[in-house]
Write a new protein. Structure first.
Length: 284
């Protein structure tokens, strides 16, 4: 399956080097099993989303390596891809950007012709690729516009998808400047959350691991802060990782986080036996 990574401090700008490159199970290391695309998204000093994508594995991508070491932001979304829908192409690599939000997805949603019928021409104009993930994001974006609230729009979109479309998995990361939404739906794939404490300015914070020490460099803030880190796999041996429950929507707003459970099980659940060989391979 694809692998997701998201992090926000809500305010302090930090580097995500440890998680992306240096952790015992960094995203770069995970990309050796996810070779079909990589992407890193963050928010600029002007609070606008920025992303860089490539249709290659992260561990082979010099730009990913350089940005992982040098970018400083309060909110990140990153993704390494094992293709299930859509060609191996930069436009099908995550994260996607629409209406100043970053989005990445892990899973499979079917009946895309039905999903497409829910979109207007304005919604479709935001899409550049051909994945189920980007189409799901376009529909979520449309519902956010309709509701005027990100959480309400995300919930409404996922509820309708779950009620009317075949769903294998719909694990989602959605980010605005200083805010992060993480959804594990249903129980198919794991999604973990962790709250590491980042140290003083200029410090190198060592994160405990039996295998290899790493660090997070903290920049441009004066007080210690906490980060919320979300990932498809536990990235180190810290016991603080928590597995999200099936159907749990974690909403991180600044330094505060709260969980909601607003979803029924999928009305048309898919199993591995229902997937094509390519889809099945990508989801294991």
């Amino acid at each position: 399956m694809c692998r997701l990574f998201g992090m926000t401090t809500g305010r302090a700008r930090v580097r995500a080097t440890f998680w992306l490159l240096d952790a015992p199970l960094s995203l770069s290391l995970q990309s050796r099993r996810m070779p079909d695309g990589t992407g890193l998204g963050w928010f600029s000093l002007g609070e606008e989303p920025v992303r860089d994508r490539a249709p290659i594995a992260a561990f082979k991508d010099a730009d990913f390596n350089a940005e992982a070491r040098n970018v400083v932001s309060h909110t990140y979304v990153s993704h390494v891809r094992f293709a299930s829908t859509g060609a191996v192409d930069v436009h099908n690599s995550h994260p996607f950007v629409m209406d100043d939000r970053l989005f990445a997805h892990n899973g499979v949603v079917r009946d895309l012709d039905v999903l497409d019928s829910w979109l207007t021409d304005v919604d479709r104009a935001l899409m550049q690729g051909e994945t189920d993930s980007e189409m799901v994001f376009a529909y979520i974006t449309a519902e956010i516009r309709r509701h005027g609230d990100t959480t309400a729009g995300l919930i409404a979109a996922v509820r309708r998808i779950a009620a009317e479309l075949p769903v294998f998995a719909l694990n989602v990361l959605l980010a605005e400047s200083g805010r992060l939404w993480a959804l594990r739906y249903p129980e198919t794939h794991e999604l973990w959350v962790h709250w590491p404490r980042l140290g003083e300015p200029g410090d190198t914070r060592h994160l405990d691991s039996d295998r290899e020490p790493g660090h997070v460099r903290v920049a441009s803030h004066r007080e210690p802060c906490f980060a919320h880190v979300v990932a498809s796999e536990r990235m180190d041996d810290d016991p603080g990782w928590r597995l999200l429950a099936p159907g749990e929507l974690l909403v991180v707003d600044g330094e505060n986080a709260a969980s909601q459970f607003p979803f029924d099980p999928p009305a048309r659940p898919l199993t591995l036996a229902d997937l094509s060989p390519a889809e099945s391979t990508s989801q294991t």
